[in-house]
Design a binder for this molecule. Structure first.
Ligand code: DHK
Length: 147
């Protein structure tokens, strides 16, 4: 199983602080650890991985527009935009590739405002509450979907 087009891993706001941000909720692994984990999972499945994180919604939307025709699928942890951003959900359908939504924490066991996601209705799969291993599961699933 392989593809010429890489899988795109996107991380939204505050995820650059993984490792020090509320470790009881988000764990001790850093964003670099997450990217390495995802790269390994992609390589094992015969895929390259492109990774991008930003705290700026417009930058994220620009990156998603630029991904059209360039990536085979998108694995995204939209962070807080999950619960707020129609614009992000609108952008995510533009590349016309499968989307898998990842949350490190179990958002459904947390505050009510985290229970709603604008991304889930357009996602092929949703992973929550598996810690950073969720990124590995998502990349493997993406490879199976698009390979
Ligand atoms: C990450 C965030 O930054 C929060 O805003 C989400 C998600 C949950 C996570 O669990 O990875 O509510």
């Amino acid at each position: 199983m392989s593809s010429d087009l890489p899988i795109l891993l996107l991380n939204g706001p505050n995820l650059n602080t993984l490792g020090t941000r509320q470790p009881d909720v988000y764990g001790v692994e850093t964003l670099d650890d997450v990217v390495r984990l995802a790269e390994r999972a992609a390589a094992d499945a015969g895929f390259g991985l492109r990774a991008f994180q930003t705290n700026h919604e417009g930058e994220m939307i620009d990156a998603i527009h630029a991904a059209r025709g360039e990536v085979s699928g998108i694995v995204i942890n939209p962070g807080g935009w999950t619960h707020t951003s129609v614009a992000l959900a609108d952008a995510l359908v533009i590349p016309e590739v499968p989307i898998i939504e990842v949350h490190i924490s179990n958002v459904h066991a947390r505050e009510e405002f985290r229970h709603h996601s604008y991304v889930s209705p357009i996602a092929s799969g949703v992973i929550a509450g598996c810690g950073v291993a969720g990124y590995e599961f998502a990349v493997r699933r993406m490879a199976a979907l698009v390979g």
